[in-house]
Design a protein around this ligand. Structure first.
Ligand SMILES: *[C@@H]1O[C@H](CO)[C@@H](O)[C@H](O)[C@H]1NC(C)=O
Ligand SMILES: *[C@@H]1O[C@H](CO)[C@@H](O)[C@H](O)[C@H]1NC(C)=O
Ligand SMILES: *[C@@H]1O[C@H](CO)[C@@H](O)[C@H](O)[C@H]1NC(C)=O
Ligand SMILES: *[C@@H]1O[C@H](CO)[C@@H](O)[C@H](O)[C@H]1NC(C)=O
Ligand SMILES: *[C@@H]1O[C@H](CO)[C@@H](O)[C@H](O)[C@H]1NC(C)=O
Ligand SMILES: *[C@@H]1O[C@H](CO)[C@@H](O)[C@H](O)[C@H]1NC(C)=O
Ligand SMILES: *[C@@H]1O[C@H](CO)[C@@H](O)[C@H](O)[C@H]1NC(C)=O
Ligand SMILES: *[C@@H]1O[C@H](CO)[C@@H](O)[C@H](O)[C@H]1NC(C)=O
Length: 611
């Protein structure tokens, strides 16, 4: 389910190259000096119905070239060659309309080996730093361009209202105000829009962004992925909509529709919200894209009447459909729906106009092919430093000794012997979470380049400090070794989408027994690596210091930077930390609010004096 897509290309190869070349100077749409609207109108007037419908299709790349995804070590040059191969096909079609190529770069360019992996959005929400997030957007755009790609299916501006949802870590916060502020990633990805509310992409070092998933994806019942969001219109507008309003103001060029339903109606079929509200009221001028197979799932079971689904989806206002399987069937169906006037041609023209607009502002007609310009941006030191800064700022200190007079953190770097324990201490895959090289993420250190939390600790301490690493030590071992202190790093395994839905939110074994075995026997700092708050209250009294590290990504050194006092703790909870799961959903502002740690909580420390 890696959503990487290419538009349908070259299904009508009608004319020879020579005549295209000769006619080129005459074609207005190819002339960058013409105003945008003139170019769009000119091109649209030349297109056949089949060519128009072809523009509305994105094929899943997996269908085209599975091998590059299977090979984790594909180089940026391999990616560029693949993208250019697709683009060559588009350019050789009758009108030479270039394709737009999208990828799920949701925490850095996460599908690509050796890319910088930034903290997932929940951690960025803890930083409360929109400018940092904007810089991450710029860095991500450069890394994506390094592989010849020009479109990202990000940011996710879901407002996760229930941490039982498997996508909660893709949400910056339960608070719409924080989510709205973090739309600053859009000018990072696309550039600063000179004109408010007009789709904008600022140059070859920028990419088209995609605000997703419109709308209410984070509000489903019990956090069940793709399920039903039950809320009144006012609630929808005040909680789930502000992020879209602000994304549009900042010039977002595309918006993806949510699989979920609102009060029982599938969003992919919701004309009132997609057309009347998003396009007509909020005045969104870019294109609306379906989620992967999203239109197929309008019916339950999916595709039980595909003609019906296509009719409902396009009529709702979806402009581009992500089609994993059968585009010929889709084109036949849309053609007959247009011929029978079930879909007016004006709807098709509206969709194609929006798609062409984004392709023009991306500069694709002038620069369709990727080159090597940004090759050295992938995983660059500057980006790794930025990710490390983001990790530092994302850490939330939940407990630091019994009271303010007896702080445990920062830890001394120079001591005799320390214990590092836990499943997540030396595991890059765990630390990066889902959407890292594979859809569900990795479970080990073999596929990503980066620094684990353990190796960050090793680098931070004095060379004379002895580090003993044991993934799940028993209590006798801990007692026998006279450790000065222990750092226990535990949490959730990686997951994505519905595979992460979880009704109990407990730390899986051997995480809990590691806490129990270590804490109590020695002074212990527990670092939780997770996409969301987890059940911790029963263990809290034996834990000396507790840190929420979220899903920090490849730069684990950022954790050590703060634990050892090179920097202070500054992060604030982007979510309410519940006591028990039966309290859920529970969000800041609720009447029955009784959290373990409230939204916004976060102890601070001063950087240690030069150690
Ligand atoms: C694309 O086409 C050009 C010119 O026809 C050719 O030189 C180039 O090698 C092709 N690139 C790829 C990746 O197929
Ligand atoms: C929500 O989930 C329930 C339980 O899995 C399922 O029966 C129902 O069809 C889902 N509703 C929607 C709108 O997807
Ligand atoms: C499928 O949907 C189309 C369009 O709404 C409708 O005309 C057709 O009767 C439906 N087919 C079945 C088998 O229900
Ligand atoms: C695609 O759809 C066409 C038309 O409905 C059908 O003939 C063909 O078998 C389908 N192909 C696949 C691979 O499903
Ligand atoms: C660390 O402690 C050891 C033993 O107490 C001492 O010899 C050493 O100088 C210390 N190192 C630093 C950098 O303070
Ligand atoms: C990475 O390690 C995991 C677990 O040891 C293994 O299952 C997987 O095949 C490895 N992947 C590669 C590409 O070596
Ligand atoms: C335990 O370590 C401390 C220093 O951290 C030292 O003073 C003490 O002698 C050690 N005890 C044993 C039994 O090794
Ligand atoms: C919690 O839920 C997850 C996901 O459904 C499941 O895999 C796990 O076994 C559950 N854990 C407990 C302790 O029930």
């Amino acid at each position: 389910m890696v959503r990487v897509s290419i538009p349908l290309v070259g299904f009508l190869l009608l004319c020879c190259l020579a005549s295209v070349t000769r006619a080129e100077t005459l074609l207005k749409y190819k002339d960058p000096k013409q105003p945008l609207n003139v170019r769009i109108r000119d091109l649209l007037s030349r297109m056949t119905l089949a060519e128009k419908i072809g523009q509305m299709v994105q094929l899943d790349r997996v269908a085209a070239t599975p091998e590059i995804m299977r090979d984790y070590s594909a180089t940026p040059q391999d990616w560029i060659q693949m993208v250019n191969g697709f683009q060559n096909g588009s350019l050789s079609s009758r009108l030479g309309i270039p394709m737009i190529y999208g990828i799920d770069a949701v925490h850095g360019h996460n599908n690509v080996y050796k890319a910088t992996v930034f903290p997932h959005n929940v951690g960025l929400g803890a930083t409360r730093d929109p400018h940092l997030v904007k810089r991450i957007g710029s860095a991500t755009a450069l890394e994506v361009r390094a592989t010849g790609i020009n479109y990202v299916f990000a940011p996710c501006i879901a407002v996760c209202r229930d941490p039982r949802w498997g996508r909660c870590y893709e949400s910056y916060s339960e608070d719409p105000t924080i989510v709205r502020k973090m739309t600053e990633i859009i000018p990072g990805l696309q550039g600063d829009a000179p004109k408010k509310g007009v789709p904008y992409i600022g140059g070859r070092d920028k990419v088209a962004a995609c605000a997703k998933h419109f709308v209410g994806d984070g509000g489903t019942v019990k956090g069940i992925d793709e399920n039903n969001t039950v809320i009144d219109y006012h609630g929808l507008l005040s909680i789930h909509m502000p992020g879209y309003y602000h994304s549009i103001i900042k010039g977002v060029s595309t918006i993806m529709v949510s699989y979920s339903s609102w009060n029982g109606r599938k969003m992919h079929a919701n004309h009132d919200l997609v057309t009347k509200f998003l396009k007509d009221t909020l005045n969104f001028r870019g294109f609306v894209i379906s989620d992967w197979e999203g239109v197929d799932r309008i019916t339950s079971p999916a595709r039980s009447n595909y003609t019906y689904s296509v009719l409902k989806g396009i009529s709702a206002g979806i402009d581009m459909l992500m089609l994993p399987y059968n585009h010929t069937e889709f084109i036949d169906i849309v053609t007959s729906l247009v011929k029978s006037k079930a879909i007016p041609i004006s709807r098709i023209n509206d969709a194609v106009r929006r798609i062409l607009k984004v392709k023009f502002i991306l500069g694709l007609f002038e620069n369709p092919l990727a080159d090597q310009t940004f090759l050295d941006q992938l995983g660059s030191q500057a980006h790794r430093d930025l990710a490390r800064e983001a990790v530092r700022k994302s850490l939330v200190l939940l407990k630091n000794g019994e009271n303010a007079d007896s702080p445990v953190l920062p830890l001394p770097k120079n001591t005799s012997r320390i214990l590092v324990a836990g499943t997540h201490a030396n595991n890059l895959g765990y630390q990066c979470g889902g959407w890292t090289l594979t859809w569900q993420g990795l479970r080990g250190n073999n596929n990503s380049e980066g620094t684990t939390i353990l190796s960050g600790i090793s680098t931070a301490v004095d060379p004379s400090t002895e580090i003993i690493y044991s993934e799940s030590p028993n209590a006798d071992f801990v007692k026998a070794n006279n450790f000065s202190y222990a750092i226990v790093v535990v949490g959730e395994p990686p997951y994505a989408e519905m595979a992460g839905d979880n009704l109990n939110l407990t730390i899986p074994e051997p995480g809990l027994s590691t806490i129990t075995n270590v804490c109590g026997s020695v002074k212990c700092v527990v670092v939780i690596v997770s996409g969301r708050p987890l059940v911790i209250e029963p263990y809290l009294s034996r834990i000396d210091a507790l840190v929420a590290a979220w899903l920090p990504g490849t730069e684990g050194q950022g954790v050590a930077d703060v634990i050892f006092g090179d920097y202070g703790f500054t992060g604030k909870l982007p979510r309410t930390w519940f006591k028990t799961v039966d309290q859920l959903p529970m969000n800041v502002g609720d009447d029955h609010y009784d959290p373990l740690f409230p939204f916004g909580f976060g102890l601070t420390t001063e950087p240690a004096k030069s150690s």
